[in-house]
Design a protein around this ligand. Sequence first.
Ligand SMILES: *[C@@H]1O[C@H](CO)[C@@H](O)[C@H](O)[C@H]1NC(C)=O
Ligand SMILES: *[C@@H]1O[C@H](CO)[C@@H](O)[C@H](O)[C@H]1NC(C)=O
Length: 396
Amino acid sequence: MVRCRKFSISVIALLALFTIKIFIDLNYPPLLSSDPPSVSPEPEKNPLPMLESLQDDEVSAMTALQSLAQNLRKLVPPAGAFWNIEQLQLLDLKKPWAWTCSKSTTQIKRAESYPELLLSFVSQDHCRNHRLIINQPDKCPVNRTFLLLAIKSSPQNFAQRQAVRDTWGAEKNYEGKYVRLVFLLGTVPTLDLSPLLGYENSRSHDLLQWDFADTFLNLTLKDQLFLGWAKTYCARATYILKGDDDVFVRTPNIVRVLSSLGSHRHRTLYMGHVVKLAKPYRDPHSKYYIPTSFYLGMYPPYAGGGGYLFSGSLTPWLYLVSHFVFPYPIDDVYTGMCFMALGVKPVGHPGFKTFSMPREKSSSCSEKSLLLVHQKSPREILKMWGEDFENTNQQC
Ligand SMILES: *[C@@H]1O[C@H](CO)[C@@H](O)[C@H](O)[C@H]1NC(C)=O
Ligand SMILES: *[C@@H]1O[C@H](CO)[C@@H](O)[C@H](O)[C@H]1NC(C)=O
């Protein structure tokens, strides 16, 4: 009898505790943990069930991807703008387009309203077969690469590259996890920098250079060529960080955040500072100006191009699906379109500051959760790295 009463008291107590817990769960949002900030919920399902079949059979992978790319129809209104027409035609093709330099471009309406650079983009938008001038075929093979840093640089940015190498971009192993570095370059048509670049590369072995003009509107081309390279020479990298040469990155913290991700996340990651519900800039004076006759519609959610992370296992998929996505002159928007075509959504992380940030706030110790910050000079990069180094003892 006594035992029975004890038992029911415990049951009642348990029930009460349980009710209180439900009440708390329902009424209080989870507290924000300061470090490392957690990422948003896992995607509902793996969007790429046929991931394994890719290497064996590229033709059937292409067919599968073509139907997957129909995801883009959600983005593209069937309007009369140049890009929209080209993209919808691409989705209707029976076979993927070859993307060699031979095709003459479609007539553009009101071409006279285009900035000169955009016209030159349109005249070259079918070319993707540019030659690799400097390669790093042995970058990845030995000791699986955990994180490949793929940094967009311009040939003349010698000081930026050296600052990156000397600090956050140094190739080393963080507790058995190998970090490797490549810089992605085009050419400067008016300047022969090949002796200098050759010398630089003989010491650092981290330059990739293709034979195309390294301009702002050719960054999408750089993205596409890099995907082709990574698919061939670094297909087993677990993660890739794509960024500019003027970002400061807390590489040890990135490695830590990536190491803590669950296994389903680790194959379909696309993470950074996510831009949602963005629209083209319609101001003709903006660097990002897009005329209405060129593109109509919204942009897909995308990660700011200053720096973002994605799973290495997605590279071959991104490379293939980029054959079904018409080139767009703004590279991070284009990348967002390719991920959208694959059905992979970007996840935000508060540690990525790829848009402007007050200077004083970006000093290293004041922002513990900072992973990546944009627009830093080589001097600032060296200073921030030094501060981090000094502060490791203080758990900064
Ligand atoms: C690969 O790993 C081994 C053992 O950890 C190490 O001795 C070697 O230097 C590494 N090779 C490269 C190229 O990093
Ligand atoms: C991109 O590179 C190609 C090849 O060098 C060049 O002809 C073209 O003008 C460049 N496009 C832009 C928009 O700068």
